[in-house]
Design a protein around this ligand. Structure first.
Ligand SMILES: Nc1ncnc2c1ncn2[C@@H]1O[C@H](COP(=O)(O)OP(=O)(O)O)[C@@H](O)[C@H]1O
Ligand SMILES: [Mg+2]
Length: 313
């Protein structure tokens, strides 16, 4: 640890009046799986494109492995693998030839190149499809081809920009498992997504982005334990008269009671045995109730508490 792979300092990127990336800073250490989580339009792809010198930017400093990044920094770029949000493969080449083409940009030795291409096809489960043209592939397989092209040269830093959008669950799991394996083998990973469940499952650290800003940064557990909301109790409650709702609000550690369809949602700021206290109150007052569930906070709650809006779209 302690080897900084990426350092982005005060990055600003404007499109006219629109500030797509707004004084964004981020350091990534070797061996991390860094999740860049944010709703659509929050600036994830723009940040990645600036990081790779594919876009010019208005302000800021970007270093990779301690070196200034630039469009012609070939030695740095050869160590980076990129899997873009929009699939970028060559329609006239078959699966094998596509992977071979992209691998060949960096790997000149013929035998090594052949071995790497075959390993990438194996890794993404594409070996049996190697003669097929991209147009014949399903959406999930096409995504996997996009990944094989990005990683075949065994880069030390791999960037995935929303690789699971519009992918079937089976391919999605294969992609996530593949990323974990790559990381175990030593690669540092940047993973952007607007799906909090994926980021929770995969990433060792999460940066939450909104309107181009870095609004939260930490492990999933750190982010969750910074919340006021520690527990949510959901109860099916036919009678939602103000008297009952006010009574619930009076309970120790309950700070919010909200109606949600047939249910009420009760938010508690820490404390123990909240559920017991809530249910005792209802039974003591002869209030009938239905299904009861409790939920621990999610990254969506983190986002909600900081921004006042839902991460889910
Ligand atoms: N080529 C472009 N021209 C103008 N505006 C753009 C362009 N690309 C992105 N934007 C704007 O920049 C903001 C960030 O977009 P983007 O980085 O694609 O977000 P994300 O990847 O998080 O969905 C959005 O407001 C988007 O409309
Ligand atoms: Mg994007």
């Amino acid at each position: 640890m302690g080897n900084t792979v990426v350092s982005i300092d005060n990055l600003v990127k404007r499109y006219g009046e629109n500030v797509a990336v707004d004084h964004f800073s981020l350091n990534i250490e070797e061996g991390e799986i860094l999740g860049l989580l944010g709703p659509n339009g929050s600036g994830k792809t723009t940040t990645i494109n600036c990081l790779l010198s594919l876009l010019t930017f208005d302000k800021g400093d970007i270093k990779i492995w301690g070196k200034e990044m630039s469009p012609d920094a070939y030695d740095i770029k050869s160590q980076i693998g990129v899997v873009m949000q929009n699939v970028a493969v060559i329609d006239t080449l078959n699966v094998y030839e596509n992977v071979d083409f992209f691998c060949g940009l960096y790997i000149k030795d013929k035998a090594t190149r052949k071995q790497y291409v075959e390993e990438a096809l194996e890794f993404t489960g594409l070996t049996e499809f190697k003669k097929q043209k991209p147009k014949k592939l399903s959406g999930g397989l096409l995504r996997r081809l996009n990944i094989a092209c990005g990683i075949a040269h065994k880069p030390k830093l791999v960037i995935f920009d929303e690789p699971t959008v519009a992918v079937d669950p089976q391919s999605r799991n294969a992609i996530l498992e593949g990323i974990k394996k790559m990381n175990k083998a030593g690669a540092t990973i940047i993973y952007t997504s607007h799906y909090m469940e994926e980021v929770e499952e995969l990433c060792s650290r999460v940066v939450i982005m909104d309107h181009g800003k870095n609004i939260a940064n930490g492990t999933t557990n750190e982010l969750k334990s910074s919340l006021i909301s520690r527990e949510k109790i959901r109860i099916g409650l036919p009678d939602k008269s103000p008297k009952i709702l006010d009574g619930l609000k009076e309970i120790n550690h309950v700070y919010k009671v909200k109606e949600d369809g047939d249910d009420v949602v009760i938010k508690c700021d820490g404390g123990e045995h909240n559920l017991v206290h809530v249910l005792s109150y209802l039974t003591d007052n002869n209030v009938p109730f239905g299904r009861v569930t409790t939920e621990l906070p999610t990254l969506n709650d983190v986002f909600l508490e900081i921004t006042g809006k839902e991460l889910r779209d």
